[in-house]
Design a protein around this ligand. Sequence first.
Ligand SMILES: [Zn+2]
Length: 405
Amino acid sequence: MSADRLRRQIAYARRNSLYYRERLRDAKTPPLLSRAELEEHFERLLCVPRERWADVSRTSGSSGRPLHIPVTLREMRRLLGSVAAGVAGMGVRAGDRVCILLPMDDMMNPTVMLEQVFRDRLRCLVIRVGARPPEQQLDRVLALRPNVVVGAPSPFLKLGMIAQQNGVDPRALGIERAVLMGQPLYGEGWRPNVLKERLDALWGAELFSIYGSTELYAGLSECSAHRGHHVLTDDMLVEIVDPESGQVLEEGVGEVVVTTLSREALPLIRYRTGDLSWLERESCACGLDSPRVMAVLGRTDEMLKIKGAKIYPQQVEDLVAAVEGVEGHVLEVYVDAHGQELLRLRVAVRGDGDAIVAQIRERVRAYTRVTPEVEVAHMDEVLRRWMAHGGRKPRKFHDLRGARG
Ligand SMILES: [Zn+2]
C-alpha cells in the first residue's frame, strides 16, 4: 500500500520538478534532502505553477531563512482529513468548545490547519483567541468556557499562572484537554519533562502533544494511550537516520527523515527535518499499529559531543528548568583557549542563588559528565539573549564554538 504510494509520489516528483528529475534519475535509494537544499533549490523543487497554490505557510526561520511552503486545495483537504483523524483519537467530539491560543497571523500553519480541523471536520466550536496577553486570554476563557485548548506549552502554563493570580483556580475552568505544540512535553525515554509536570499540576487537564513542521504541512498527534505521535501512514513515511553518516538506523535516536506520499505542490523526498527523535514500531496500546515518532530531544545542529558523550542541549535545559527557583536560563557551548568544549549556563534565579547554582552544577554534571560554568544573571539579560537572533521563538541554546576561543 504505502510502497505503491511511494512509487507514485516519486514518479510524480520526477515528472513535475526540475530538481527531482535530476536527483532521482537513477537512484535506487533517493538521496536525503537537507533544509539548505530545500532553500537553495526551492523554485526548481516546486511541482505546480503558482496559480494552483491554495495556501502558503511561512516557516519560523529558527533554522535558516524563512521559507514559504505552498499547498494545493486538493492536498490541503486530504491532509486536513488525516490530521483530523489523529485529533479525533484524542477524544475531541462534535460540540466541544475549542479555544485556539496560537498566533493567528503571518501565515502560521498550525493555526490555519487546526482551525479547519476542529470546526469543519470535527464540528466543534472554534474560539479564535490567538497569542494575545494572558490576561486577555483568561478574559475570553471565562466568557466562553472552552473545554479544549490548543496552544503552546509555555504560554498555556503562563495562562494558568495568571488565572491563579486573579483568584481563579485553573482546574475549575473546565478545560478537559489541551492540545499542545511547539515545545516538547517529553524527554529521553518518553519521560514527562518538567513543563508537562507543571502543566499537569496546574490544570489537571489531559495533555496531548502534536509533532509537526511547517514543511510537512501536517501534525502527528499523540494518541489516547499517550505513547508517542502516530505517523500518518497514508501521507508520509518516516525514517530515522544517523545525522552524521545519513545511514538509516533501525533503532535508537537519530534524525527524523520524512518522505511525503500525497503532496502536490512541494513533495518532500527523504527530507531531513533536523529533529532528533526515535521511532517505536510495535503496535500501540491505543489500538493503532502505525509507527510512532517519540520525544523530540533537540535539533541535529545542536547535538554536542563532549568527551565522547552525545549531549542534547534541550535535555540539559529541561534539567535546569526543573530546579526550583530558576526563572530563566541560557545555555552556551564554547571552546576555551586549550580547544576544550565547555558548557556555560546563565541563570536568572529567585531565592538562594548559591544553593541553586550548586544544584544546577550537580544535575548537569550527572547527565553530561561535564561540570558547567554557572553564572547568575538578571532576567532582562536572559531575555535579551533569548531573542538576540531576531527570530520569532526564544532561543535558549547558543553554540559559540565557531564564534571565538
Ligand atoms: Zn497509540
